[in-house]
Design a protein around this ligand. Sequence first.
Ligand SMILES: Nc1ncnc2c1ncn2[C@@H]1O[C@H](COP(=O)(O)OP(=O)(O)O)[C@@H](O)[C@H]1O
Ligand SMILES: [Mg+2]
Length: 270
Amino acid sequence: MEAVNSEEVAMIQIEGITKQYRERRTIPRTPDHTKFNETVTVLDDITISIEKGTFFCLVGPSGCGKSTLLRIIAGFDSPTRGRVTIDGMEITSPSPEHIFVFQEDGLYPWLTVHENMEIGAKRIEDPVNRATAIEEYLEMVGLAGFESHYPHQLSGGMRRRAEVARALIASPKVLFMDEPFGALDFATRLQMREEMLNAHAMFPMTILFITHDIDEALQIGDQVVVLGSRPSKVKMDIKLHQPHPRDIASPELAELRREIYYQLGLHTAL
Ligand SMILES: Nc1ncnc2c1ncn2[C@@H]1O[C@H](COP(=O)(O)OP(=O)(O)O)[C@@H](O)[C@H]1O
Ligand SMILES: [Mg+2]
């Protein structure tokens, strides 16, 4: 299987990103029309440095701006202030060659698993090599034999694995995943985490993974950034070096977990 050249793996700098929205309100609720155009600060001066090949996890309470930050890094949205660079190049628009945005239920329902894979494998020009690669990637995620199935004929976990295979075969520099396994049952989610770790060990791409699950972040991340609630600032920026599989109950990780809960004001729940 083709390995990704580590030279191609992206380093990401997020420099002083602030994002403000106009309040989402179409009808003024008060006679005071100045209130109508209020701006809301979602992200407040976010600076993060992500090394090449990092499995980066972003955690924070719902509504704190995780998806907004991911959209800005991917170039789908622009910041009010600050900038993002990938390998020194400022991001102003999405780059389909370098990034892959993993979307839950992103498979085309009217195409078979194999046809969906063809879309991810567009970069492989030779049809024989492409077919071989598709076979290998499907095998890797345990979907050999399901090539001619349509997405609705697969379980939720299998669909997610097909999506992972399609993302990997596109061999992106950066893979964006916004709460990709949120809708899966607990056991399948654990399994998907492990598969993502294996994939990351095999393909040294930079992964930006959003989750609201603190344990998930501690289990898989090389770097975990915790955002607070709006206007969100970086509360913690942690580098984790523990080998996998990690024991979330180990004293070191348990202490970190406590600290994150504390930072998020959730310590009463512990
Ligand atoms: N296009 C938009 N216009 C106005 N407000 C928005 C827009 N997109 C997101 N927001 C607001 O920004 C906040 C952060 O949203 P989001 O990034 O989706 O949070 P998260 O992914 O952390 O749950 C929310 O309060 C949301 O209502
Ligand atoms: Mg979100």
